[in-house]
Design a protein around this ligand. Structure first.
Ligand code: AMP
Ligand code: MN
Ligand code: MN
Ligand code: MN
Length: 286
């Protein structure tokens, strides 16, 4: 993949608070080393890493935007919505994220049962040992599949067991996309459609998703993501113009084992885009 020099903004990062491999403080240190100046920690359905990230960012002189990545559904498909600049102590958002944790807990039990039937040893318990607060996400089950010799690597574990339609895939009753947008906005955040190029949608369906997201109060698209092709970046930039949305950028870093994703590395935002940093800056002044 072709990358420009490191970006100074990375608004999509994961830590051990969800399915990342490094602690929040280590992620912040990597960001500082990569020349990032503004970052958002966006763990899946939790803000548990933000306090540690805040301390580390202040020590390193980086600007931290409090973030979260919420799992939702649109047209029965898993869609992720990043919230930027949310109030990390918002009681209602914390309660809503607790409901997400409960959905995850039930799903983990069901995935564990499926894998046990497929002959794995104590899959739920082993995944829980690898996971924050004993609450495993699919990558933790993928690690168990690799550790027990069922798969070569985590990617294969998804392809053979955990991805949609595979034997250990369990449908989750995530909130609708518009609900996730509302949760973020009611906590004072900016709602960003996460990695729109990763949902394998046709051009037409992607446009419908963006239209629905915009109608629901969504404010920005993640245009620049490490895994987006140049064509996808262009397509998304055009959609931000068509729907008057801002553009965000992020690596979606999860840790060193995915060597092709690095903190601060992503395509450059096309010049037609209005960067979401403009919106965030305007809000903090207002
Ligand atoms: P969950 O939130 O528990 O449904 O897990 C989804 C996470 O699994 C994503 O955020 C990615 O980190 C990871 N993931 C999803 N699909 C794949 C894949 N095909 N290969 C490797 N990791 C994946
Ligand atoms: Mn993840
Ligand atoms: Mn995601
Ligand atoms: Mn992510």
């Amino acid at each position: 993949m072709h990358h420009t020099p490191n970006a100074s903004v990375d608004f999509h990062l994961h830590s051990t608070a969800s399915d990342g491999e490094l602690t929040p403080a280590r992620v912040v240190a990597l960001a500082a080393a990569a020349g990032v100046r503004q970052l958002a920690l966006t763990d899946h359905d939790t803000m548990a890493g933000l306090a540690e990230a805040r301390l580390a960012s202040e020590a390193a002189g980086l600007e931290l935007v409090d973030g979260v990545e919420i799992s939702s559904l649109w047209a029965s498909q898993d869609i992720h919505v990043v919230g930027l600049g949310v109030r990390s102590r918002d009681a209602r958002l914390l309660e809503r994220l607790a409901s997400q944790a409960e959905r995850r807990r039930q799903r983990a039990a069901a995935i564990g049962a499926r894998l046990q039937k497929l002959g794995l040893e104590d899959p739920l318990q082993q995944a829980a040992e690898l996971a924050p607060r004993g609450l495993p996400a699919r990558p933790h089950f993928a690690q168990v599949l690799v550790a027990q010799g069922r798969c070569r690597d985590r990617k294969q574990a998804f392809q053979q067991y955990l991805a949609q339609g595979k034997p250990a895939y369990v449908r989750t009753a995530w909130p609708e996309l518009e609900t996730a947008v509302r949760w973020i906005r009611e906590a004072g955040g900016v709602a960003v459609l996460a990695h729109p190029g990763r949902y394998r949608l046709t051009r037409k369906k992607l446009r419908r998703l963006v239209q629905g997201f915009s109608a629901a109060g969504g404010q920005a698209l993640e245009v620049s993501v490490s895994t987006h092709s140049p064509d996808m970046v262009k397509q998304l930039a055009d959609l931000t113009v068509e729907f008057a949305l801002y553009a965000s950028q992020g690596s979606d870093y999860h840790g060193p084992s995915m060597r092709w994703v690095q903190v601060g590395r992503m395509p450059r935002l096309p010049s037609v885009c209005r960067p979401v940093t403009d919106l965030l800056a305007g809000r903090s002044r207002g």
